[in-house]
Write a new protein. Structure first.
Ligand SMILES: Nc1ncnc2c1ncn2[C@@H]1O[C@H](COP(=O)(O)OP(=O)(O)O)[C@@H](O)[C@H]1O
Ligand SMILES: [Mg+2]
Length: 506
């Protein structure tokens, strides 16, 4: 239910007036001229047209799609050329500067009549006044939530962007932008909001797949230390006894059906043995070596696969960490820092195992609802090629919603990110994007994105973004807020790194 509203008493607050254009005002397009040169606006801003219709207030929300300057003196090609040829600019003869106007073109998004929000079915009137949308109106139009996640502010009106938790995350979120646009910063802001969240508002857990160790700071600051578990990939291990032959097939997709079946037999024999509570890859390899009935080629291939996996030093007798233990309480953050692993196979195996375990635990309701943040998602879940972790990410993308397992996929190359996974992300936060292929791709994959928004993507500043999709009623431009807790800086300048290297040598 939307509370009213907007009692406009003072029309001097208006920023502009609706004019009659060639094909406007219509239900699709409204043109208005700005009041004077001191009024600032920007493409994408949300403004309102306020009218009284038979004593009823009608508020129409417009999104500015284009801003143009007009000056009647320069309308005629002929006269402009004649005066310039005579080496006397127009400006020496006419008061041209007083006749420059700013014309804004807006797209009507919806209207509020009394307390009802609905589609625009009738145009606004020429002469109607245009105002900045105030906080109350924007909140209602955009669908913000007082108890939501506070991510930033809308430009000019400076309304806090507070997004409903369920709407933002339930059906997955994708954060897409070039490198340096502020994706990781935004994800950190999201983590802060989730970690600071009151139990009475409903708290969820967070798992971060962090290939570059960017999120380590959460485990170092006083505010979050107690809630956070940092797992360095060098210390991560998988209990071999928890793996089926089909898990091995995921890690080594080149394994043949025959090899997988033989491996399954050996694992089944291990499981039947009373004294075999724990076993490692070496135990499996030994068992294969002594299995005389195996064909030599199968035996050699299996040993080859397992030896290769063994060299990664991920496999062991026990799981570390115990995910169920680490995540069974609410409001927990667990970060998998993969930066100490250089090979993609190890990173993908760790990610696959972690995600599979978590999804399994969530299905059993053994841990609280969880958000899984995947940085560099195009590496873990690529389009057009296979990858060990692709299957589980796509599975969670498709089925996670039912089991309160949400994904936040972060990528600087949306074109290379699995279409299956991306199309399941119902909310997109898009920040600065330059590559025309990526822009074109986003136009096709992000629902509710129009040409105006696409054109503005390269112009966004660091920390600015557009939220589209399930989380908001209309595409929302906003500036991501500063972090509340600044972690110790992990990023050094080139000078600092050079000096530090020199000092360490001494
Ligand atoms: N909203 C913001 N407010 C302040 N600083 C920001 C904001 N967004 C990004 N930054 C800064 O810009 C730099 C790049 O941001 P980052 O999140 O690492 O980009 P990305 O992950 O897209 O490569 C970082 O130093 C970060 O602190
Ligand atoms: Mg980043």
């Amino acid at each position: 239910m939307i509370k009213m509203l907007f009692k406009i008493k003072d029309t001097s607050l208006a920023i502009g007036t609706v004019i009659t254009g060639k094909d406007s005002p219509s239900t699709q397009k409204v043109e208005f001229v700005l009041r004077n040169e001191h009024v600032k606006t920007f493409r994408g801003e949300l403004v309102i047209v306020h009218e009284m219709i038979h004593d009823k207030e009608r508020v129409t929300l417009l999104q500015i799609t284009e801003i143009q300057k007009v000056n009647m003196y320069y309308q005629s090609v002929d006269s402009a050329r004649i005066y310039e040829n005579a080496h006397r600019g127009f400006e020496s003869v006419f008061p041209t500067d007083q006749w420059e106007y700013v014309l804004c073109i807006g797209k009507p998004l919806g209207e509020l009549v009394q307390t009802e929000l609905r589609r625009v079915t009738f145009p606004v009137s020429p002469g109607a006044k245009v105002y900045r949308a105030n906080e109350n109106i924007l909140k209602n139009f955009l669908g913000f939530d007082e108890h939501g996640l506070y991510l930033g502010h809308t430009p000019t009106a400076n309304v806090p962007v507070k997004v409903n938790l369920d709407r933002l995350l339930r059906k997955h979120l994708a954060i897409l932008a070039i490198s340096g646009a502020g994706k990781s910063h935004t994800a950190s802001v999201l983590l802060e909001e989730l970690l600071f969240r009151k139990a009475s508002d409903g708290r969820i857990n967070i798992v971060v797949i962090d290939p570059h160790g960017e999120y380590r700071g959460f485990s170092e600051v006083e505010e979050f230390k107690a809630q956070t578990t940092l797992v360095d990939a060098a210390e991560f291990s998988i209990a071999v006894k928890n793996l089926s032959a089909w898990d091995f097939l995921t890690f080594k997709p080149d394994m043949s059906p025959v090899q997988t079946r033989e491996l399954d037999k050996i694992i089944q024999e291990f499981k039947k043995k009373e004294d075999m509570h724990y076993y490692g890859l070496i135990d499996l390899i030994k068992a294969i070596e002594t299995k005389k009935e195996l064909k030599a080629s199968t035996r050699d291939a299996l040993i080859g696969w397992l030896e290769n996996l063994n060299r990664s030093r991920i496999f062991s007798l026990q799981d570390h960490p115990d995910l169920e233990e680490a995540l069974k309480q609410q409001g927990r953050l667990i970060i998998f820092d993969l930066s100490s692993r250089y090979d993609s196979q190890s990173k993908e195996i760790i990610t696959t195992y972690v995600l599979k375990q978590i999804f399994k635990l969530r299905r059993k309701d053994a841990i609280p609802p969880v958000l899984i943040v995947v940085e560099e998602a195009h590496q873990f879940c690529p389009e057009g090629r296979s990858s060990i972790s692709k299957g589980i990410i796509e599975t969670i993308a498709r089925e996670g919603r039912k089991f309160f397992t949400s994904l936040c996929l972060i990528s600087q190359r949306p074109v290379n990110l699995s279409v299956t996974a991306l199309s399941q992300c119902n909310t997109h936060l898009i920040m600065r994007i330059r590559n025309p292929y990526d822009i074109d791709y986003i136009g096709r994959t992000s629902e509710g994105i129009d040409k105006m928004i696409l054109r503005s993507l390269p112009d966004l500043d660091v920390g600015e973004g557009i939220l589209v999709g399930n989380a908001v009623n209309y595409p929302t431009f906003f500036k991501v807020r500063e972090r509340r807790v600044k972690p110790p800086r992990f990023e050094m300048t080139l000078e600092e790194a050079a000096k530090q290297f020199e000092e360490n040598k001494r």
